[in-house]
Design a protein around this ligand. Sequence first.
Ligand SMILES: [Cu+2]
Length: 186
Amino acid sequence: MAKRYYVILALGIVGLCAAVPVLMASSGKGPEVREFYIKARQYAYNPGRIIVNRGDEVHIRLTSLDVIHGFFLEGYDLDALIEPGALVEDKWPKFKMRRPSQGKEYTEVEEIVFTADKSGKFRYRCSHTCGSMHPFMQGELIVGPNKAYLAGMGATVGLVIAAFTIMFLHAWLTPRKSQDSSTMAA
Ligand SMILES: [Cu+2]
């Protein structure tokens, strides 16, 4: 009676271990397109923190509410120059950007677009002197681990638990047999 209960419980655990990672993998939408609208003003960005998942395609629009600001994003070779522009009916003005590793020239764009292909925390900071507190004008981009990786980890853990459960079940169901054979061998 007790043994049957444990067998059912163990089978339930095996089923759960197999089902959870599959559910996790199917619920993960994969890389997404993420859009951010960042307003710069002395001496902060709003929002001051943006969070994405690794693999996401990030679109950033920038505008300044007072003087000229910069937007240098560490780790992603991106720098922008934002001139103050009025927001007319939520229509965001163009700004200038460059890839610092590729030269000093700026090009006019409507948005910055890049793939968040590195996990971690990356500061963005003002790269154009804008006043006495300019060095303190910064925010951060947080790139979390990607969902496929998490689902893979879940599946691995699930399989290990399932394997242990099956081993336990096998040992539980065949104690007499092995005892018999050991007695016979002795
Ligand atoms: Cu600034």
